[in-house]
Design a protein around this ligand. Sequence first.
Ligand SMILES: [Fe+2]
Length: 338
Amino acid sequence: MTFSFTHLTSALALAAGLAVAPLMANAADSEGIVVYNAQHETLTQAWADGFTKETGIKVTIRNGSDMQFANQIIEEGAASPADVFLTENSPGMTLVDASKLFAPVDADTLAQVPETFRAADGDWVGVAARSTVFAYDKTKLKESDLPKSLLDLADPSWKGRWGAAPAGADFQAIVSALLELKGEDVTKSWLKALKENATPYKGNSVAMKAVNAGEIEGAVIYHYYWFGDQAKTAENSKNVALHYFKNQDPGAFVSISGGGVLASSQHKKEAQAFLKWITGKGGQAVLRDGDSYEYAVGNGAQSNPKLVPLADLQAPKVEPSKLNSKKVTDLMTEAGLI
Ligand SMILES: [Fe+2]
């Protein structure tokens, strides 16, 4: 593809009587960066468009999921074609970081994001955040019927009444926070109860749809699925309201989407510039003004005013680089959930 394109442009240039050399130089410049993207495609596309418009640096996006790309990067090692890795949740970042495959994030980029939203070692940085919620059927449940804690959903009284998407990175990040906050025994018994009480769905949207359709009374998902649907037709959420657990409960976990530059990148300057842009004014404004409904995390950055402010969520304190995805998948496999 690249060769034929180059040949074609060269031929066209010759035909037009132009010098070939500047065109070749442009072709090299336009190589740009490759992003392994596990974030929502529309959000990363909006970031890439904004960045390219401002810098002229081309961004090629490859889409996949957190763990799929984390494992791929580890497999590819120094030969990885990726320059940047973006996730939905931090466990994927931790996995790559543990294999020492990230270059340190530039200090001025780190300075744009509060410490709580980035890796302690400075090898990746938060780019957005999402809150765990209990999306419930407001035609069936009153506020007094709602679980006070995520752990309450393990109670036999909740049997057959709720759902989740256990196979996804989103839900597994919530479990990793539970593990970090409450330890292995509590997590094990909660997962056992989840297996008994909850209906598994393929993805957060499907779980929310099931609540809306009256199949289940509630689902543990992330907040933005509801806001996104409400902003469109509300057809999958008109009967649904969001319950925020707050009170530093494991169910009030705020998960961090991460960004990192690969140590093997041949375009580190451009890759670092991209991370700086998405964590800076331009990139964070995309979160405020766009339709992702994810939280902005940059210093002083505003989230969409429709959201419950990040500061009001009373999220538990969790060190994002400690979230252990391997242990979580082991425990969930043991519980027969994945
Ligand atoms: Fe998502």
